[in-house]
Ligand binder design. Sequence first.
Ligand code: GRF
Length: 236
Amino acid sequence: MIRPRKRVVALISGRGSNLAALIEAAKEPAFPAEIVGVISNLADAPGLEAARQQGLATRAVTKADHQGREALDAATDAAIAEMGGELVVMAGYMRLIGKDFADRWAGRMINIHPSILPLFKGLDTHQRAIDAGMRVHGCSVHFVTAEMDGGPVIAQAVVPVMPGDEADTLARRVLRAEHRLYPHALRLVAEGRARMEAGRTVFADIADGDRDLLVAPALEKLTEASDLESLARFTP
Ligand code: GRF
């Protein structure tokens, strides 16, 4: 039986590189989801223009037009419905949503966050990971709840923190992992193999070969030649 692809609406605020990775993944005919529309809370988000150029439906639903969190949430919800969204992916959507909106999409809205949750919720995750002396850092895809970056985790990717890393070098390494992780996690949710139940992620039909869907990409695949060279420089 061929299942129809899930219709996905993306919420963004910025450059939209994760959105681009999802759009690319969805070009594979067997991918179980398609991006049907993109909504930004900032009218000048570069990702919105990029999505438009790809022929996707786009909307800016902004604070200037809808005052107060609830009004902005309701307008965003209405825009998702107009686009026929069945699932919502947040991809660098830099605003907090209220409980009603989160509850309405519970189990059907996911987010990517640049840390190994529950560590480093919120902003400046890369600098905070460096300051904490972490040797590993990474990203997490999780179901969205009313608690910021607090919903149950679906999949995570881990990258090394290299000696000499600064926030931007570490951010670039994490971003490469994000672009691989997010399509995997969306696949799991769209196929109904990862579901949110009673505040936890419940998995179904996961086989040994599916490891990369849950922990992706594996650490060794991410340690690039440039990382190894920089490690060599710092080894006495
Ligand atoms: C990513 O690091 C994502 O994890 C965070 O915001 C950033 C968005 O980047 N939530 P992009 O707009 O997808 O390039």
